[in-house]
Unconditional design. Structure first.
Length: 194
């Protein structure tokens, strides 16, 4: 013990080690630990928000890709006799899609991506399940999915531009508008011989 106390007598060294921590040292350590816990809690909240935002982005991208694939799957070809075939009746605004009563690949109004347009919009809940169609979002709608079909000006009978946007409806306005984090997708569909 004499070696550990650097030359002090054993009784003097023993008294010094029995004193323990001062109140100031305990309060300082407690304050540092509390500050560290606050920072960790804030980081935890940020991580939860980022995960929620990422999940929302994934959902809107998936819903947009789903509609784009349905549009790409509609008939748009030249048959064996050389006649142009275009699906103009499939209704994608209902689930399951109906073979009649819809617009298919008919050209949409220019405002179809910015305004809820009958035949070019549907509404989905938080899980991505269809809840309705029309120009007014039904209760339970969390996502508004709009699409447009635009013939290419130079070759209107040979190619179409298909666009889909999925918007997260705000709690204050069912007339959702495009904002950061929404998923616009587009593709070109060319008429091919079968």
């Amino acid at each position: 013990m004499t070696l550990a106390c650097s030359g002090h007598t054993a009784s003097r060294c023993s008294r010094r080690s029995e004193r323990g921590f001062s109140l100031l040292e305990v309060m300082t350590a407690t304050a540092l630990m509390a500050a560290g816990l606050v920072v960790i809690a804030q980081l935890f909240i940020i991580a939860i928000d980022a995960a929620r935002w990422s999940g929302g982005i994934t959902m809107v991208a998936t819903l947009a890709a789903q509609r784009l694939e349905q549009l790409r799957g509609l008939a748009f070809f030249v048959d064996e006799a050389g006649a142009a075939v275009t699906d103009s009746t499939t209704d994608l605004s209902v689930t399951p899609p109906a073979a009649a009563g819809g617009r298919g690949l008919l050209a949409s109004p220019a405002s179809a991506l910015t305004v809820d347009t009958a035949g070019y919009v549907d509404y989905l809940d938080a899980a991505g399940q269809w809840v309705g169609t029309g120009t007014t979002a039904p209760s339970g709608a969390v996502y508004t999915r709009r699409w447009s079909v635009t013939p290419i000006a130079a070759h209107p009978n040979r190619a179409l531009v298909l666009r889909v946007v999925v918007l997260r409806s705000s709690a204050t306005s069912q007339a959702a508008s495009l904002r950061a984090g929404d998923a616009p997708l587009a593709c070109l569909k060319a008429r091919k011989a079968r």
